[in-house]
Design a protein around this ligand. Sequence first.
Ligand SMILES: Nc1ncnc2c1ncn2[C@@H]1O[C@H](COP(=O)(O)OP(=O)(O)OP(=O)(O)O)[C@@H](O)[C@H]1O
Ligand SMILES: [Mg+2]
Length: 453
Amino acid sequence: MSRVLVVDDDKACARTLELHLRAQGHDPVVAYDADAGLMLARVEPPELVILDIRMEGRSGLDALPDFRALQPAPEVVMITAFHDMASTIAAMQKGAADYIHKPIDVDELDAALERLLGVERPDQLLPVRDVPGGPLQMVARSRAMKEVFKTIGLVARSNATVLITGESGTGKELVAHAIHNASEQANGPFVVVNCAAVVESLLESDMFGHEKGAFTGAVGAQPGKFALAQGGTIFLDEIGEMSATMQAKLLRAVQYKEFSPLGSAATSHTDARIIAATNLDLASQVADGRFREDLYYRLQVVNLNLPPLRDRIEDLEDLVHALLVRINKEMQGGITHVDQAVLDCFAEYTWPGNVRELENLLMRAVATATGNVLAMDALPADMKRAVLPPDAPATDSFGLGSLADAERLHVQRVLQATGWHRGEACAILGISRPRLRRIMREHRLISPGSSED
Ligand SMILES: Nc1ncnc2c1ncn2[C@@H]1O[C@H](COP(=O)(O)OP(=O)(O)OP(=O)(O)O)[C@@H](O)[C@H]1O
Ligand SMILES: [Mg+2]
C-alpha cells in the first residue's frame, strides 16, 4: 500500500488513474495542477508521483525538480504524449524514474509501479571502499580482534607452539599465516596439514613421509610435511579430529621434535614451528578421553582464541568492504555500493559460519548481481527470516519486556507524534527509510489512515 500522487490537468485522465491505482491496492491522491500537487505532497509525502508533462500553468517538467527535492524524495513517473520525446529525455535527466505514454497502457503503468514501489528503494547507498588490512587483508576494528593482533605480535617473537581455537570460519588459518609472516621463519615455508583426513596411514605419510614400499602404491620415498616445513611453520589444521594412534605419534614430534617416516626405523629431526587449530572445545575432548591430555598441554603453550563474528559486529562493515573489494577483483564483479539496509540486517544476524559465511554470501551476491548495488534482494530468505524477532511477546517477572517490545513501542510513539510522517520519524529515530519500513512490517505498525491489514 503506497501513497501515489497523480498530477494531471486532464481531469478524466486523472480520475481514471485514481480508480486504477485504488483497484491495485494503492493509496492515490489527485491534483489538477503542479502547485496544488506540491502542496498535497508537502502535507503527506507520497512514495510516487505520476506527473503530466504538459499542463495548464506550470509544466510538469518545470515542477519536477521541486517534487524531487521533497524529503524524502518520491520517485516520479512522467506522463507524456508521443510528440514530447525531447521533454521526456529532459525529464529523465532531471531525475524522473520513468515515463508512460498517453493514452496510458495499464500494463505498462503496472509494470512501472511494481518496479518502483514493489522493491525497497535503497535510500542510503555506501560506496564500496578498500580497507587497509595489511598484506593478509585481515580486518580488525573491534577490541577483541585488536587483542588478537597483539597476541600475534607477541607469539611471533618466539618459536612457541600455538593452539588457535575458534568457531569455523573465524579466520584461524589466516591468523596462523599471520603468525608465520610476522616470525623469524617468515622466509621459510608455511605448510598446511589437514588432520581430519579420513585414512590414518595417509595422514601419517602426509605428516612424516614414507619409504619406498612402505605401503601399496608407495613407489618411491617421499618426504612428509614436517620435513618440508624445515626452517618454517607447520600448520596442523582440525587437530581435534585426529585419531588416538596419530595423537601418540604427533606427541613425539611435538615433544622431542623428532619423527620417523612410514616404513623407516630412522629418526628425523625437525625445527619447524608448530601451530595447530581446531573449532572443537579441546578441553572437553580431553575430559571425555577423546584427546590426549599431554598432547593438549604441549600444543597450547599459547592459546589464541578467535571470537565469533556475532561478538564483534564492529568488524562487520569493514569486512564487507574489504571482502567486496577482494571478490570484485577475483570474480571481475562490479558491486560498487552497499545498501545501508543490508548492513542493518547483517548486524542483527548471528553468523554461525562467521567470516566464511559472509564471504560466501558476498561471492554469491557478486556472481548473481544484476546491478552495482548490494541490496536486500541479495540476502538469502533464511537470513531475513532469522533476523525477524519472535512473534510471541516476551513475559518476565519485572514487567520490562523484550528489546523488540521496546522497539515497537518507541517507533509507534514516534510515528504517532509525527502524524505518521515517515521522513520525520526516520530523522528522529536516526534510521534509514527501508529500516523503518522493515520495523513497521515486523511489528505490524500500520498508519491509522491506511486500510492495510
Ligand atoms: N579478519 C579477517 N579479515 C579478512 N578476511 C578474513 C578475516 N577473517 C577471516 N577472513 C576470511 O574468511 C575466510 C575464512 O577464514 P579461515 O579459513 O582462516 O577460517 P577458519 O577459522 O580456518 O575456518 P574453518 O574452521 O572453516 O577452517 C577466509 O577466506 C579468510 O580470508
Ligand atoms: Mg580453517
